[in-house]
Structure formats: structure tokens, C-alpha cells
Design a binder for this molecule. Structure first.
Ligand SMILES: [Zn+2]
Length: 432
């Protein structure tokens, strides 16, 4: 919630952010082989923050934020609906499924301390909660990575008791102070607590989203703790997280961090997924007016999405669920439909909608697969399997390419684009 906090934290750290992380090991790569975008297409995705089951986080969260910051958060939260109904989740889920729109969908596990998604949600029956989880599992999860956004998104809880700490200052809020001075183990304990609730609720999960400014001044520990917590709770092969969004010239390509064990049976890394827009939908409270043209203009040339697509980096938008619903007006949702329409009109053949976990896997394979070339044979040592792995080779002419599975290629002015499913471990491509 509160995009400005995320942006402020991100900007303050921008200069050091890339260097602050420990990237870890990198493999040997033959310079004549370039790994390019999957299938030669720019990944496009949407990050949805502040969603959960039934609860409108804005309605219940604002009084908590206002308690920590009495001068801010003056929104009339009582006038906002307490619920974002499942009928809207269904409408949104069916439209995105039909149109292939994909991304990340948060499920805040204990939203604003209202109730637990794996147990009871006071104000709704057990059946309503179970039906809501079923809808997320069956309609949303196939095309959207499910993330916890810490535990409450408001007050930090004591993981020993499950109760919020009694202090009512910003130092005890998840999205402001609490996380900034915690050790790797303390953060991993906290993130793990959030992940376990989603696991209890029967939801799949390979990463998390930081609420607001969470760990914005503690980035090295955040990355390591994410890896540790996802491995502990879900045994995730390639954990990922969403913390940064940049709107300037900085790269928005995913960052593959804390890499180790590339030559062992237990290769490890964690991927930071980076957004490229602000929330120009309805905002975290659903009270903003969406600005479609900031994403993509009517002539299809202007706006942030064409800019990043032309750059060839994943164009990952972000929004907040209350600002998609817009308190029943659905302005944010209609804006998303128009963005999709414009992207398809201008860039259909150049982009591919992807889940963020699939983008994370692609970037891990892109950066961590060892590639050696011996004449017409290209050998790979891949720590992770990767569907649609795509290479660019300087070679122009080829009559046949053999791989372990199906392989497709096409000549382009600069060389040959080859797409195939990269298996984990050792494999080879042979050109003739
Ligand atoms: Zn949030």
C-alpha cells in the first residue's frame, strides 16, 4: 500500500541498490552466444498489491496508518466498502484468463488484523472464506503468482504469540519501521510466518511482496531472508520477491542475487522482480483517477510501457487491488482492459504476458547457465530447467539444429534466434 513510500525508499537507495546486493557466483559464457528474451518476446506482467480474501485492505488499514501518522491518512475510510466481493474476483479472473493477462496477486494473510485467511475472517462465514480461497486456487493461481504481502500489511506481529506488538508507532508497522534493523534470521522468521499461513490455506507460492517500505533500508538482509524463508516453507526452487519499482532510466530487468552452489546438486539464487510504472490505476485506496496515457497513449507510441518494451526489458506494471475495484466503480479494471487493448494493437507480436515466477525462472537460467561453444556444438550446464530458452547466434545459415527436445529457429538480420526447452543439467545444441 502507499506507493509513495515504496518509491521514496527505492529512490533513496537507487544509487546503491544494484551494488548493495550480493550477487554471488556467475558461470562461464561463450561470448558468441547471447541469451535473449523468451521466444524473442518482451515479457509483460502486472503486479497486484493489497489483495486478499474478501477484506478491502484500504477500509481496514487506513485507521491503523492514521494511528501511527495522525496528520496523514485523512481518507474517510468509513465510506469505503469493507469488502471487495468475490463476484468481482470472478469477473476479473475470467477476463484475465480469457485474454492471457498474467502477473502476481497478493493474498495478505492477516489483513489489517481482521482475521486469518487459513482460519477465520470475522464478518464473513467460514464457507464464504473457503469459497473465496477456492476461487483464488482455481481461477487466479494458474495465471498469477500468489504472494503474501507480509502478515498484516499494518501492525507488525510478534511471531512467538501471533499477536500484534502493543506499541502504536511507525516503528511497529510492517510497511514503515519494523523491518529496517532486523537480521537475516529475524526477517526470514517473519517472512516464513507469512508464507506458512498461505501454505495452510492451500495456496501455491514461490515468493513474496514487501508492503510499502518494508526493509527498504535493509536490502541485503531482505534478499537473503527471502531465499531462506521460501526454501524453508515451500522448498521453492527459485524464490523471488517484489520490492522495487523504477520509473526512470535505470534497468528494470530482474536481478539474480545471492547465487551459490552452481556446481553442486543444490544450486541457489533469489530473484528481485522490478516494476516499471507507478500505480496509475485507482491507487492503494481506490480514490485516485486512473491515467491510461501514462501507461500507453492512444497512438500506441507514448507512455511508459512502449518505452520499456522498446528497451527490450520486462515491462511490469503495478497496481493495488482496491484501485482496480475503485470502490465498486471498477475504473482501474476498465483502465487495465484498455491498456491490454492498446498493447495488443501495437505490440502483439513483440510481447508475451508472463507470471512473475516464470520471469524469475527465465532470468535465473539466462544468467546462470554455463555456455561453451565448440565449433557447431553449443554445450549447456543449467542449474535450472527453462522452457522457451532463447539464444541469438551470430551464425546466419543453418540447415538443421538438433537439441534434446523440440527446437525452433528463425533467421533475423543480426543472426539466428533459436528457441528450445532447456533441461536442467548438461545438454547440447548441434548446428549443421
Ligand atoms: Zn501493499
Amino acid at each position: 500500500m502507499k506507493m509513495t513510500r515504496r518509491e521514496v525508499a527505492g529512490l533513496a537507495l537507487s544509487a546503491a541498490a544494484g551494488l548493495a546486493q550480493e550477487l554471488g557466483e556467475r558461470p562461464q559464457r561463450d561470448p558468441s552466444v547471447e541469451v535473449v528474451n523468451p521466444g524473442g518476446k518482451v515479457p509483460v506482467s502486472l503486479l497486484i498489491d493489497d489483495s486478499t480474501c474478501l477484506v478491502n485492505l484500504a477500509h481496514f488499514g487506513i485507521p491503523h496508518f492514521a494511528e501511527a501518522y495522525p496528520d496523514r491518512y485523512k481518507q474517510d475510510w468509513r465510506s469505503l466498502p469493507r469488502e471487495i466481493p468475490d463476484s468481482f474476483v470472478r469477473e476479473f479472473g475470467e477476463w484475465t484468463r480469457t485474454n492471457g493477462v498474467k502477473g502476481k496477486y497478493s493474498i495478505v494473510p492477516y489483513p489489517a488484523c481482521v482475521g486469518w485467511v487459513d482460519r477465520d475472517m470475522p464478518g464473513w462465514s467460514r464457507k464464504q472464506l473457503n469459497d473465496s480461497l477456492h476461487l483464488v486456487r482455481t481461477l487466479i493461481a494458474p495465471n498469477w503468482d500468489i504472494h503474501p504481502e507480509m502478515i498484516t500489511h499494518t501492525w507488525a506481529i510478534d511471531t512467538k504469540t501471533g499477536r500484534p506488538f502493543p506499541q502504536r508507532t511507525e516503528a511497529f508497522m510492517e510497511n514503515f519501521g519494523w523491518s529496517q534493523n532486523k537480521s537475516v534470521d529475524e526477517l526470514a522468521d517473519y517472512i516464513g510466518y507469512a508464507l506458512r499461513i498461505l501454505k495452510n490455506a492451500g495456496l501455491p507460492c514461490e515468493g513474496h511482496t514487501t508492503p510499502g517500505g518494508f526493509a527498504g533500508r535493509n536490502l541485503v538482509n531482505l534478499s537473503k531472508a527471502t531465499l531462506q524463508a521460501c526454501k524453508d516453507v515451500y522448498q521453492t526452487e527459485i524464490p523471488h520477491y517484489f520490492r522495487h519499482a523504477f520509473q526512470d532510466a535505470r534497468s528494470v530487468a530482474p536481478r539474480v542475487e545471492n547465487v551459490s552452489g552452481l556446481h553442486t546438486a543444490d544450486p541457489r539464487c533469489v530473484v528481485s522482480i522490478i516494476g516499471c510504472t507507478g500505480d496509475w490505476f485507482g491507487g492503494w485506496d481506490g480514490l485516485e483517477t486512473p491515467t491510461l496515457d501514462k501507461f500507453i497513449t492512444a497512438d500506441l507510441q507514448g507512455g511508459r510501457m512502449p518505452e520499456v518494451i522498446r528497451r527490450g526489458e520486462p515491462a511490469i506494471m503495478l497496481c493495488h487491488w482496491p484501485g482496480i475495484y475503485c470502490n465498486g466503480k471498477k475504473d482501474g479494471y476498465h483502465t487495465l482492459q484498455k491498456i491490454h487493448e492498446r498493447l495488443m494493437a501495437g505490440y502483439k507480436d513483440r510481447i508475451a504476458w508472463m507470471k512473475v515466477g516464470d520471469i524469475a525462472r527465465y532470468w535465473a537460467a539466462k544468467e546462470l547457465t554455463a555456455i561453451a561453444r565448440d565449433g557447431n556444438t553449443i554445450r549447456f550446464k543449467a542449474p535450472f530447467a527453462c522452457p522457451g530458452f532463447t539464444l541469438k547466434l551470430a551464425t546466419q545459415r543453418v540447415s538443421q539444429i538438433r537439441a534434446q527436445g523440440k527446437v525452433e529457429w528463425k533467421a533475423d538480420s543480426a543472426g539466428l534466434i533459436v528457441t528450445f526447452d532447456l533441461p536442467k543439467g548438461e545438454s547440447a545444441l548441434t548446428l549443421s
